[in-house]
Ligand binder design. Structure first.
Ligand code: DGL
Length: 258
């Protein structure tokens, strides 16, 4: 198979990366995609670096064996844990990672008050600390770990509006929202809550995620390498999951179409 015809590999600790896959398909519909959700090992956000790194290596090996021209780490946690290790190991392949989109949140104005919702792991890692150091001199940045928001997605409870609303309100209860300018969704699972979260916090707070920026980056990278699919037909999406429970397949497809 020619390199250009190969799929784009996308993976996450579970189903959160489907929100990234949706965005990738919106902007590059003709590409083929292989998505791997590691639901049997989710959540990553409360695990240690070594385990996350070993899982990511296993997943990348598998995606490469299936034939991919690039790999998108559709997971902020996995990116913080091991993006460098993966880039060194697979140096012939573009590896695109994700980080909480703090830059767009503070770029327009100074003295921004921003809540970053992410996993415990992402928020305690060096990568995020460096990002904070860059922006917290001129802004006020609050770190908010939200493990329950990962569980709700993985347990197929997203459609339970009451649980979702109660959980979001509980996480935000210690903030005076009238002082907050934006909320950054620094975990790909959280993007599924965007609409409901916006209703809760009101339109004066911007909700920012990194999915569009990541998609733009993937497209530019492939364009620069002349590897954007030229065939004018909608590409194929293959969904794989480490869990043997068939429900994850169904749920993945539902999330992709919603
Ligand atoms: N979706 C992942 C992220 O973007 C992590 C969720 C988890 O497994 O804890 O960080």
């Amino acid at each position: 198979m020619k390199e250009i015809e190969k799929a784009i590999g996308v993976f996450d600790s579970g189903l959160g990366g489907i929100s990234v896959l949706k965005e990738l398909r919106k902007h590059m519909p003709n590409e083929n995609y292989i998505y791997f959700g590691d639901s049997a090992f989710a959540p990553y956000g409360i695990k240690d670096k070594e385990l996350i790194t070993n899982r990511c290596i296993y997943i990348c090996d598998l995606l490469i064996q299936k034939g991919v021209k690039a790999i998108v780490i559709a997971c902020n946690t996995a990116t913080s844990a091991c993006v460098q290790v993966l880039r060194e190991r697979y140096h012939n392949l573009p590896i695109i990672g994700m980080e909480p989109a703090l830059k767009p949140a503070v770029d327009q104005h100074s003295d921004q008050h921003v809540i970053v919702m992410a996993t415990k792991f992402t928020l305690k890692e060096k990568k995020f600390e460096n990002l904070m150091l860059k922006y917290n001199k001129d802004n006020v940045i609050y770190k908010l770990p939200c493990p329950k928001l990962v569980e709700i997605v993985e347990n197929d409870q997203l459609s339970n509006k009451q649980i979702v609303e109660e959980t979001l309100k509980e996480y935000l209860s210690s903030y005076d929202l009238s002082t907050i300018d934006s909320i950054v969704l620094g975990c790909t699972h959280f993007v599924f809550y965007k609409e409901q979260l916006q209703k809760i916090v009101g339109n004066q707070i911007s909700i920012i995620d990194g999915n569009e920026g990541t998609t733009r980056h993937v497209k530019e990278l492939l364009q620069a390498k002349n590897q954007l699919q030229v065939v004018n037909q909608v590409g194929k999406v293959t969904i794989l999951n480490s869990s043997e429970d068939e429900a994850y397949q169904t749920l993945s497809k539902e999330l992709l179409e919603c």
